[in-house]
Design a protein around this ligand. Structure first.
Ligand code: NAD
Length: 443
């Protein structure tokens, strides 16, 4: 099938590459000229395991092409995926300007039937707005051309995006036209062979499904962080509690890890956007607001522990920070907890020696020339001469480090672990002062 993807970010590029990989003829369009030039030269703008080789193979085969030419892009696909960003507006609601700009371009340029697919995460009612925008453009051109707008939210996880797209748990489609449904079913057929993963529903329910999924996951995290904070004050160990509750199949072990807050481009903005949507229909979402508030506070927990340990005086101290991306296996630093920690340290006159396996370039881009930041090539280099180690992202390579080297390198053997990677008793035996999240008194 001939398919166009608007937006060549984490979702758009993965969608385009994976659809090309199963044989479709894909044209990816982006307004970012630099990104498209790089892609045309084989440079992948993001780190995502497995993505580079899928892109390379399909570019070579001619099934995956890139463009900045909007006219060509609209002309190409019978299916037009919208996968552009929906960042938070000033009040936290989703900013739809990019989605509606694409809808406008489609209406201005289409000459035959198109299925327009909202893959971006968009508030309930957005498909109606996309529909209205396209209809308005067609009528101003004096054209009467059929089209359908469909909601097909994306559930891929950064760090496992290619695998998630290739083997989805479910493919949610909100559509009210059989013609559009049949075309979408055909496009996804190669991913749907083992068993039927297609979940068809009405458009508004599909739009809400994406927010409900992310809000549920964010709620699990904030719930566990609240329990961790309680455990700390009550002399209990949240890691024992986690196993104790996870063994109940109604709760389950997945996604109940306490830590130093969730980040990324989705949970923070989607929880906020859903709370704003609730407000717009006169519903005060007490739970969603609390999930957000707990997470906001949790991002400062590591800093508070560091400040308390150094008796309130961080001036001239140097902290080694391991892990800068918002989670492992990505270079994405949007809303990352590391940023809150580093910025708080700098505000108190401390220095940071930072290391991340993939996000060094992104850190450089965000904090170019930042005073008090030294970017280090290895995790060992980050330790040298520092006063403490703080771990913010649970990359595999931090799980069993050389503890003797950590002790030798730091001026004081103190570790602040935002992801509970080590055992407190073992750390004490090794001679460390060890702070984790929710693991008993004096944490
Ligand atoms: P991104 O910021 O990585 O990419 C968005 C791209 O859209 C950018 O390259 C930008 O230049 C481009 N763009 C903006 N306006 C455009 C236009 N008019 N025409 C063509 N391209 C345009 O964003 P992302 O992380 O891929 O997220 C895209 C959407 O998918 C968001 O709504 C997000 O909430 C949702 N989503 C993201 C994830 C994720 O893990 N990142 C997962 C599921 C859903």
């Amino acid at each position: 099938m001939k398919i166009t993807i608007f937006g060549t970010g984490y979702v758009g590029l993965v969608t385009g590459a994976c659809l090309a990989d199963v044989g479709h003829d894909i044209l990816c369009m982006d307004v970012d000229v630099n990104k498209i030039t790089n892609l045309e030269n084989g440079i992948i703008p993001i780190f995502e395991p497995g993505l580079e080789s899928v892109v390379e193979t399909n570019v070579k085969s001619g099934r995956l092409k890139f463009t900045t030419d909007v006219e060509k892009a609209v002309e190409h696909g019978d299916l037009q995926f919208i996968a552009v960003g929906t960042p938070p507006d000033e009040d936290g609601s989703a900013d739809l300007q990019y989605v509606l700009a694409v809808a406008k371009s489609i209406g201005q340029n289409m000459n035959d039937y198109k299925v327009v697919i909202d893959k971006s995460t968009v508030p309930v009612g957005t498909a109606d707005k996309v529909n209205a925008m396209i209809a308005e453009q067609l009528s101003s051109r004096g054209k009467q051309i059929d089209f359908d707008v469909v909601s097909n939210p994306e559930f891929l996880k950064e760090g496992a995006a290619v695998n998630d797209f290739m083997k989805p748990d479910r493919i949610v489609v909100g559509a009210n036209s059989d013609r559009a449904k049949d075309m979408i079913r055909e496009a996804y057929a190669p991913f749907n062979r083992n068993h039927d993963r297609m979940v068809f529903m009405d458009i508004r329910s599909a739009e809400l499904t994406k927010y409900a999924a992310n809000a549920m996951l964010a709620t699990k995290i904030s719930f566990m962080n609240e329990m961790a904070n309680l455990a700390e004050r009550l002399g209990a160990d949240i890691e024992e509690v986690r196993k104790g509750i996870g063994s109940d199949p109604r709760i389950g072990y997945h996604f109940i890890y306490p830590g130093c807050g969730y980040g990324g481009s989705c949970f923070p903005k989607d929880v906020q956007a859903l709370a704003r949507t609730a407000g717009q229909v006169g519903y005060d979402s007490v739970l969603l607001n609390a999930v957000e508030a707990v997470n906001y506070a949790q991002k400062s927990v590591l800093f508070d522990k560091i400040k308390h340990h150094f008796k309130g005086d961080l001036k001239g101290k140097t902290v080694a920070v391991w892990g800068l991306s918002f989670k492992p296996n990505t270079d994405d630093m949007r809303e990352a907890s590391s940023r809150v920690l580093m910025e708080s340290l700098w505000a108190e006159g401390a220095k940071v020696q930072a290391f991340d396996p993939e996000a060094m370039e992104e850190t450089q881009r965000i904090y170019n020339d930042q005073e008090g930041l030294v970017l280090c090539g290895t995790k060992e280099q980050a330790l040298r001469g520092a006063d403490a180690l703080a771990i913010v992202t649970e990359w595999k390579e931090f799980r069993s480090p050389d503890f003797d080297l950590i002790k030798e390198s730091l001026s004081e053997a103190v570790v602040f672990d935002g992801r509970n990677l080590y055992e407190p008793e073992a750390m004490a035996r090794k001679g460390f002062t060890y702070y984790a999240i929710g693991r008993g008194l004096n944490q």
